[in-house]
Write a protein that binds this ligand. Sequence first.
Ligand SMILES: Cc1ncc(COP(=O)(O)O)c(C=O)c1O
Length: 372
Amino acid sequence: MTLPPYSTWLEIDLEAIRSNVRRLAHLSGRPVMTILKANAYGHGLVEVARAVRQAGVPWIGVARVEEAFLLRQGGIAGDILVMGHAAPQQVSQAAQMGLTLTVYNPELAAAFSGQAEAAGLRLRVHAKFDSGMGRLGLPTEEGVDFVRLLHSLPGLTLEGVFTHLAEADDPVQPSVNWQVERFTALVDALASAGLRPPLVHAANSAGTIYFPHARFDMIRPGIAVYGLQPSADAPLPEGFRPALTWKARLASIKMLPPNHGIGYNYRYRTTREERIGVCPTGYADGLRRKVGVNFVLVGGVKVPVVGGMCMDQCMIQLDGVPRAKLGDEIVLIGRQGAAEISAEDIARVWDTTNYDVVCGLTARVPRLYLNT
Ligand SMILES: Cc1ncc(COP(=O)(O)O)c(C=O)c1O
């Protein structure tokens, strides 16, 4: 098997991404806004954007204006919503680039309108409401007055209203239903006042899959697009595929005598003569400095990381794979033969989420795109 010319790399299967997106569109019957913030959850912003556009996705959502600028610089046309906070100084450039920004209070809306007007432009906006998440957003009860204000501001064009669900990944919780009820009351009030904008959206991946009444006019999935489950309580339906595999080359193999310290501060000591390998990945690539919980796959076998995690390397115990040789493929996330380590497996031992695992994969790890 010929490996690519790197010590470590990510393989991103863009067909898996296209197929996951089509599945979400099909199961919801709605247009999709694919969430590509945080470098497309670590998968690579522009390449994933191209793939989802190929799959027919009309909208892309990001958290920051800088992410949207990168998309435009990368040649990504079409509708892009910046869902998080933007500085008023970013408005004129955003308007020039045809981006849509989020407004969630009257002061910010007035500042955005002023900036757009001063530049002789109109800024496209979606209004964000807090139906119970306690994060960005105006209380839904103030929605009709706010939307009226937005219509009166000459620098803004209101295209949509949205909210975000706090507990959709824990489908037994009642909060999603009352969040949706509150938001629906606002949408109905806007419709009665003749103010309902064309796009109403609320559902993240778990909301889309588990709460059909949260789908409104468009769905807003992130994690499921990458083939990763929203949570153990909200698994993906059959057919979704993880897009990302993390690989490396076995950088060294040595027999070390008993009682030999391994790595900084000797957090592991050999108990007998042991075969110790080096995996050229460390915490600066996105691994965690947790001792005794990390594993990788070598020769189709799950082997333990031993000792502390270095910045660029970690040591692995190869007694279970006597045939392993220098340069062999190591899999850190993904499948090798019949064995698998998923982002969810890693999240469990790091006491975090699969979101955190993939978003933590740092920029220096090369991304290779399959099925482009
Ligand atoms: C406002 C908003 N919408 C949608 C999403 C996508 O969520 P998920 O990745 O759970 O599908 C996120 C992600 O956190 C978000 O912040």
